[in-house]
Design a protein around this ligand. Structure first.
Ligand code: PAF
Length: 282
């Protein structure tokens, strides 16, 4: 496995790879089974697989969240080596944000730019688009692998790729869950003892939404689902039913063929998001 810290060294290496398509998995480190599944998806498609580890400061709207973000580079490199990642890019902030080199892409996000995650995390997606555009420019992959857990991020990056005409195939990869159903996330390591026995309720609630979807009007289902998360250490930010294609919020069943339920919950001081297809297909 090769490790690169500069754009120049990375490019010199990748310019010599011509036998396989390049598959890229951007990460902020603190790697877990979810990331492993993205690397595996890239390898399964026969790609020369490049992962990046870069905690992107511009996507944190809350400074303390950036400071608290787990940094586990040695363990991350070991994991990547063991699952057969071909190359890792670990740039410094100054390498990514060289003067004038990383403008926020001018992308029309429509409603995606101000609902759900965008409403609660101001400036977050601008930072994500900025870094992903810059990383794509450095890595120049044929395929980009991202997880469906961050569904709005995935949809926004798809918009960005289309609007900027970036030549890369975005491959969405399914959510990986613990046996309790909790979606795997780097933030899970910060869950405290009070909330840990109860965080499976996020998945249980989404399952309930899926089971009841065809029989219950959306407003009533939303009310019932919210009750399931009504515990003193949970603070629900949103629970919505969306059109799975464009992520518009639905108020009734007839409005979309494919429906995904999404939620965001503070479990004490850790913010968790999750989603599940409750009707149709992605
Ligand atoms: O999903 C993430 O880990 C980050 O938002 C990403 C895509 C690596 C950009 O920093």
């Amino acid at each position: 496995m090769f490790l690169f810290k500069t754009e120049l060294a990375l490019r010199q290496h990748l310019d010599k790879i011509s036998s396989k398509p390049i598959g890229f998995v951007p990460t902020m480190g603190a790697l877990h089974r979810g990331h492993e599944s993205l690397i595996e998806a890239s390898k399964d498609r026969g790609c020369y697989t490049v992962a990046s580890i870069f905690v992107n400061p511009t996507q944190f709207n809350d400074k303390s969240d950036l400071e608290k973000y787990p940094r586990t580079v040695d363990a991350d490199l070991e994991l990547l080596y063991h699952i057969g990642c071909d190359a890792v890019f670990c740039p410094a902030v100054s390498e990514v944000y060289k003067e004038g080199k990383a403008p926020v892409p001018n992308v029309d996000l429509g409603h995606l730019g101000n609902t759900l995650e965008a409403a609660f995390r101001k400036g977050h997606f601008e930072g994500v688009m900025q870094v992903v555009a810059r990383l794509l420019d450095m890595v120049r992959p044929q395929m980009l692998f991202m997880g469906q857990k961050d569904l709005q991020q995935l949809t926004i990056i798809q918009h960005m790729i289309q609007q900027l005409g970036i030549e890369v195939d975005l491959i969405p990869c399914p959510i990986v869950r613990q046996s309790s159903g909790l979606a795997i996330s780097s933030r899970n390591s910060r869950l405290d003892e009070e909330v840990l026995p109860h965080v499976h309720l996020l998945h249980d609630t989404l399952m309930y939404c899926r089971q009841q979807f065809s029989e219950t009007p959306i407003s009533a289902l939303k009310e019932e689902a919210c009750k399931k998360l009504d515990l003193p250490f949970f603070k629900l930010e949103y629970l919505e039913f969306l059109n799975a294609q464009d992520l518009t919020i639905l108020s009734s069943h007839g409005d979309a063929d494919n429906v995904v339920a999404v939620l965001a919950v503070w479990a004490n001081d850790v913010r968790l998001i999750d989603n599940m297809l409750v009707h149709g297909k992605f």
